[in-house]
Design a protein around this ligand. Sequence first.
Ligand code: CO
Ligand code: CO
Length: 319
Amino acid sequence: MLRPLHDHPATRSPDVLVGPGDDAGVYRLADGRVLIQTVDFFTPIVDDPYDWGRIAAANALSDVYAMGGSPLTALQLVGWPRGEIPLAALEEVIRGGADVMAEGGCVIVGGHSIDDREPKYGFAVTGTVASVEELVTNAGGRPGDRLVLTKPLGLGIIATAVKAGACPPEVAAEAVETMVALNDRAARAMHRVGAHAATDVTGFGLLGHLREILVASGLSAVVDAEAVPVLPGVVELLGAGFWPGGSGRNLDSVRPHVLDDPAEATLQILCDAQTSGGLLMAVPPDREGALLGALEEEGVAAAVIGELTDGPEATIRLC
Ligand code: CO
Ligand code: CO
């Protein structure tokens, strides 16, 4: 959280159950239901405007799913260089966003657009969970919890190569399919089985978002780097020098907390900034099989990538 909001009266209320720093803000309503609110928007990350819109919507919905919630309504946010990029392209962006919102059962109830030198698109999303008990925050992890990840990494590396015009089309296509895939089915499986903690893997990369769980839960973790799924083509693109600037910042902030000395390429992939990445869930070992079964029933590919361990330092051991 940026300094001006740290402990500011505007962030304090007895009904705020989760404030700035988790995937979404969480507010308790008088009837016991819980409101989940999140906002996400960004500049284009793919060439096709329809795909960009779909990705932006899936990404914005993801924080609601990561808290165990169901999306209800969305407000659309648009920045567009009128006169420079045809409005027909914006219509494609909006059509993509709307298609994915409809898929997620989330109603677009309004929005706001401004003239902007660089296009920007996204949504503020409101969702609910039925009760406080059904909330899944970053803070509930316990020692021994198994870590389950539902989407492969490498999306930032691929997007960087796409921007440079150097990404093989089939690699780019699989990345788009990964990013437009909603985390709703993964969240449904998580709800059925009951996870201790969860987040979605986005801009801070896998290890950055894992550390948010570690800090909030007061734990450390062991990650089996070989078990972490990676999109095809990513290792080659990284080897060719494609790596986003944001991922570099992620690595700098995570490196002091990584205990071992893994290969640099491994760290680069584990810290790669993702857009619309998968859910990272912490589930007790006796429910691991049930969660994997529920995910399979929902048609969600998933991998067990490590576990939470005792130790308040929020360190990560790679093996
Ligand atoms: Co998130
Ligand atoms: Co977010």
